[in-house]
Write a protein that binds this ligand. Structure first.
Ligand code: 16G
Length: 241
């Protein structure tokens, strides 16, 4: 009786443990992007786990965007950055999950009165102060995105608190968004943006606006981003009503 209880409580954990172990291997770059994972069969034989457990662990990592599968060709560590749209993660978290080192170069970190457009996006009254961050975001030395964030100064009084991660700073003030609305459209990157992102002018980019909300409905972030179209995939799971 005791044994069977143990197996039932331990079984769900085996796939989570394997998922964490594979995630660690990716984070430590023991397998590089583009490399193939051993087959489900080989993994299950080598680790003494059931095929079902191995499959579950792998499909979880595919959903996270760390692995990709091609029919007949197997499972690979994702080369492009695959970002599930349903998860409210930060740039820093997305990169760290892939074993990459995020970095920001700031053009601007300032506080000023809200503009009419910002006041609409953040639901603020005219005259209120906001913190602004404008930066290029890198993975090691490779630029991936340009981002302009506006946060009410009542939440972030000093934008210099943000070194790399805005969300870490917001978390520090207990104001990390719990929900967000995001709008995405295709753009051609202009000369200046292309130069900052090390691509040729006219390359494809993704223009994304995110409004991040707190539990009580306040808007804590209005961020406009230009992500490189040659690196990022945004994926979403769709369901019928
Ligand atoms: C992502 C978000 C951006 C957010 C940032 C925080 C998209 C399209 N945008 O880039 O809205 O401000 O993450 O990242 O995902 P950080 O905590 O690393 O500064």
């Amino acid at each position: 009786r005791r044994l069977s209880r143990d197996t039932t409580t331990h079984q769900p954990l085996a796939y989570l443990r394997l998922r964490r172990a594979i995630r660690n291997v990716i984070q430590h770059r023991d397998i590089e992007p583009g490399q193939t994972l051993p087959s489900e069969r080989d993994l299950s034989l080598a680790l003494g786990l059931s095929r079902v457990t191995v499959r579950k662990a792998i499909s979880g990592l595919v959903e996270e965007g760390l692995l990709t599968q091609r029919h007949g060709a197997g499972t690979f560590v994702a080369e492009r950055i695959i970002k599930p749209m349903s998860r409210l993660t930060s740039f820093t978290e997305d990169l760290r999950a892939r074993g990459l080192h995020p970095r920001s170069e700031f053009f601007e970190r300032s506080v000023g009165e809200v503009t009419p457009e910002e006041s609409m996006a953040l639901n603020l009254s005219p005259g209120v102060l906001v913190a602004r961050l404008h930066r290029v975001r890198y993975a090691e030395d490779e630029p991936l995105a340009i981002e302009r964030s506006v946060v009410p100064a009542s939440v972030l009084a000093d934008p210099h608190e943000v070194h790399d991660s805005l969300y870490e700073a917001l978390e520090h003030h207990n104001c990390r968004p719990v929900r967000a609305l995001q709008r995405l459209r295709a753009v051609l990157l202009g000369a200046r943006q292309a130069r900052l992102l090390h691509v040729t002018a006219g390359s494809a980019g993704l223009h994304i606006e995110r409004r991040g909300f707190l539990d009580d409905g306040r808007v804590v972030e209005f961020t406009t981003s230009w992500y490189r179209g040659d690196i990022y995939d945004f994926v979403a799971e769709l369901q019928t009503d």
